[in-house]
Ligand binder design. Structure first.
Ligand SMILES: Cc1c2[nH]c(c1CCC(=O)O)Cc1[nH]c(c(CCC(=O)O)c1C)Cc1[nH]c(c(CCC(=O)O)c1C)Cc1[nH]c(c(C)c1CCC(=O)O)C2
Length: 346
């Protein structure tokens, strides 16, 4: 049956007359109603693991803007948490983890068998969101890609240079490979369970792919993505998979040809015309307005959005940003962007 949902149609390879739109990090601190609920919830992790609240936060941007996709409210780091690694979010700093220090820590400190029990509240959130969504809205699940998640596990939080993660990956590829394999399996199980709970498509965030040189990018981003997507497709062949290999540059071509993703998320730096010429026809495309255009709004934002739509809407295409919405974004600008994209380019 052909879906009536515009986003699902585009993700399934249809060039829709008007591009569907959703935004990475569409829920969050730029919305006053999020900040209010976040203040009541206690910690950010409590918010992620309380289905009633996580459902509400997922729905907030849908109610306000009528976006075509609702993305589950959670975080990529709930996977290391569910594997047993200590995780907390420090106000004004971001995520912190008790870092893995050696390959021995993989066996000593990680326990894949507890995964689904610890992530059960996330599945419950998906069931609740699915029941509450408007009929035309697509429900998106997500997870982090192995390299990006592993980098947080090894660095103990955000990093500028990924020195610790690279040290492991380059110096002990067998040990690091065991961690990546474990993450491929856990993440595939997690995404398949999200689909069983109602996710109609899933996005894999490889936010830090661009930190690696090409040979290492192939080994630690492309190959694991291929394995992960194959495991999702083995169980759910008809569920579209979006892959966001941020910063991959010309290596986007290899992701298009080999990853098995249905759609690639384009980052801010990638020229839309290059993506049209080199990628379109092989995969669906999503992206890639600079989140700072959304902060500024007005004429410059509309012009930038229109030129991206013009370049990419000849094939299956989903409008999005090139990275997540930033906290200083005025919510009115999101409404303005949605209207602009839906007006068409004429
Ligand atoms: C790298 C990464 C993380 N988390 C995520 C990524 C990949 C995407 C990207 O590159 O931005 C993905 C993510 N994080 C969050 C979502 C929710 C769904 C959505 O609206 O997109 C998604 C899809 C909520 C969140 N995740 C986080 C918040 C802010 C928490 C708060 O309310 O204080 C939200 C709404 C915290 C978080 N979580 C993470 C960091 C680095 C931070 C701190 C930076 C920040 O605060 O923005 C890890």
């Amino acid at each position: 049956m052909i879906s009536e949902k515009p986003l699902l149609r585009a993700l399934n390879g249809e060039a829709t007359p008007v591009p569907p739109i959703w935004l990475m990090r569409q829920a969050g601190r730029y919305l006053p109603e999020y900040r209010e609920l976040r203040a009541q919830a206690g910690s950010f992790l409590d918010l992620c693991f309380t289905p009633e609240l996580a459902t509400e936060v997922t729905l907030q941007p849908i109610r306000r803007f009528g976006l075509d996709g609702a993305i589950l409210f959670s975080d990529i780091l709930v996977v290391p948490h569910a594997l047993g690694q200590e995780l907390w979010f420090e106000e004004g700093v971001g995520p912190r983890l008790k870092r893995l220090e050696s390959a021995e820590d993989i066996d000593r400190r990680l326990a894949p068998d507890g995964l689904h029990d610890r992530l059960a509240p996330v599945y419950e959130t998906l069931r609740r969101v699915k029941a509450a969504l408007p009929a035309e809205t697509t429900l998106l699940g997500f997870a982090g890609a192995p390299w990006t998640v592993a980098s947080y596990m090894l660095e103990g939080g955000s990093s500028r240079d990924f020195a610790l993660a690279k040290h492991w990956a380059y110096g002990d590829p067998d040990g690091f490979g065991r961690l990546v394999d474990l993450l491929v399996d856990a993440t595939a199980d997690y995404l398949n369970a999200q689909i069983a709970a109602g996710a109609e498509a899933v996005q894999i965030f490889d936010s830090w792919a661009g930190s690696l040189p090409s040979a290492q990018m192939r080994k630690w981003c492309l190959d694991p993505a291929k394995a992960l997507i194959a495991k999702v497709k083995a169980r759910n062949p008809d569920v579209p998979v979006i892959l966001f290999p941020r910063g991959a540059g010309p290596f986007y071509e290899a992701f298009a040809a080999e990853s098995g993703a249905d759609v690639l998320g384009l980052d801010t730096a990638l020229p839309p015309e290059w993506a049209r010429d080199r990628l379109q026809g092989r995969v669906g495309l999503q992206g890639n307005l600079d989140p700072l255009h959304l902060v500024v709004g007005g004429q410059s934002m509309r012009q930038a959005a229109r030129s991206i739509v013009q370049a990419l809407s000849g094939g299956p295409y989903v409008f999005n940003l090139g990275h997540g919405v930033v906290p200083q974004t005025p919510p009115e600008h999101v409404a303005e962007l949605v209207a602009c994209v839906r007006e068409g380019t004429s």
